[in-house]
Design a binder for this molecule. Structure first.
Ligand SMILES: NC(=O)c1ccc[n+]([C@@H]2O[C@H](COP(=O)([O-])OP(=O)(O)OC[C@H]3O[C@@H](n4cnc5c(N)ncnc54)[C@H](O)[C@@H]3O)[C@@H](O)[C@H]2O)c1
Length: 356
């Protein structure tokens, strides 16, 4: 059952819910409860008249979807932030990880026991993964579990990551869990782990070729291919693959560091909580305008991390890479174009999201 809340009505912060206003399946509407088909929508905090107006004539409203989520890799640096933000936003979370519960989340099992549960599990085991998702009763999955670098550049990263992503996607298909947001990476292009980098143009967008030469980036290209493949067979699935840049706490981009390494990473970063928000938006956004059922999105700050001039950095490190028409690499402007995420997920990067 899906749970939604319509609250803090605010026209500048809107989500699209065409399926509600146009649905012939609206069975009941009251201040407390709305039933649409087999979905029950509860906790409506605005007067019924307003809701009725929203539902009958307008397709925009501030809707918070209270969903039951499974978040894999909840102990990881990204996962902890996604769990905390998801709980703040009213969702119920089943966290899953190979390791025992992170100290950062340990109080949740006591303080939020009705909304947070944890399972220690090796998600490389398909049957256990299926069982976990089934028992959780979840409606959506944030899949983060992976090895986040190529390790020794042999088999472990590739072989783990591609099994983990396929297990999650396949189990979701099996169980009819239709909304999935999985972690991809900016390393789908040649990046910090590559022997040789090839950039066709700046800023990098989703049309840029993905040609990694190392197993981590390859595992992320493959998880995106798995997503596209499984949606052909299970067309109700909607899968967002978020190509994250370096996820950092606010203000933590290192002021000193290896200049060459930063250049290979195109000086990018991602505020960790803004990244967490991207995952939640990817599960709740209207997908009707997506070009396909499985879409990839760059998720990065629009500015570079260091306090430097990006035109000068480009001239020094990437003088021959052309800049796309209509764009400029100057000031502190970054090397990634995340406008697709803004257009289709409603996500824009925010530094230092104010705690709610
Ligand atoms: N951190 C970043 O800057 C960054 C950037 C781009 C992409 N990503 C991606 O985001 C995701 C999360 O990254 P992170 O930085 O939080 O990683 P992390 O290394 O901090 O955490 C990874 C977690 O995955 C868990 N895990 C690994 N194998 C598992 C298995 N078989 N079963 C269950 N759990 C398993 C580990 O126990 C660990 O807690 C990864 O997919 C990573 O590739 C991260």
């Amino acid at each position: 059952m899906l749970h939604f809340s319509i609250n803090n009505f605010n026209w500048s912060n809107t989500y699209i819910i065409p399926s509600l206003s146009e649905s012939p399946d609206v069975l009941a509407l009251s201040h407390e409860h709305l039933t649409v088909g087999h979905h029950s929508i509860r906790r409506l905090f605005v007067p019924p008249l307003t809701i009725h107006t929203i539902l009958s004539s307008v397709t925009f409203a501030t809707i918070t979807y209270f969903m039951k989520l499974v978040i894999t890799s909840c102990n990881g640096s990204v996962g902890v932030r996604v769990v905390l933000l998801a709980l703040k936003r009213g969702h119920t979370v089943t966290g899953a990880d190979h390791t025992s519960l992170s100290p950062e989340l340990s109080n949740l099992e006591k303080d939020q026991q009705d909304r947070f549960t944890f399972h220690q599990i090796d998600l490389k085991e398909y049957d256990r993964t299926l069982e976990l998702l089934q028992n959780s009763g979840c409606e959506a999955v944030v899949h983060l579990a992976a090895i986040r670098n190529p390790l020794d550049y042999k088999v472990q990263t590739h072989n783990s990551n591609v099994v983990l992503s396929w297990n999650i996607l396949r189990a979701c298909a099996e169980l009819g869990i239709t909304r999935i947001a999985q972690a991809s990476s900016v390393n789908v292009i040649t990046g910090i782990f590559s022997v040789q980098q090839t950039h066709r143009y700046f800023p990098i967008d989703e049309n840029h070729p993905t040609e990694p030469d190392e197993p981590y980036g390859l595992s992320k290209v493959i998880c995106e291919l798995q997503a596209a493949t499984i949606t052909r067979r299970y067309p109700t699935l909607r899968i967002a693959s978020l190509r994250l840049h370096w996820s950092l706490p606010y203000g933590q981009y290192p002021s000193e560091g290896k200049e060459d390494a930063a250049a290979r990473d195109l000086w990018g970063y991602l505020d960790q909580d803004s990244g967490a928000e991207a995952f939640l938006f990817a599960l709740t956004c209207d997908t009707s305008r997506w070009p396909s059922k499985a879409e990839a999105f760059y998720i990065a700050s629009p500015t570079i991390g260091p306090d430097k001039d990006s035109r000068e950095l480009k001239a020094k490190f990437w003088p021959d890479v052309p800049v796309k028409e209509g764009f400029e690499i100057s000031g502190r402007k970054g090397f990634f174009d995340c406008s697709k995420a803004e257009r289709l997920l409603g996500w824009v990067h925010k530094d230092n999201i104010v705690p709610e």
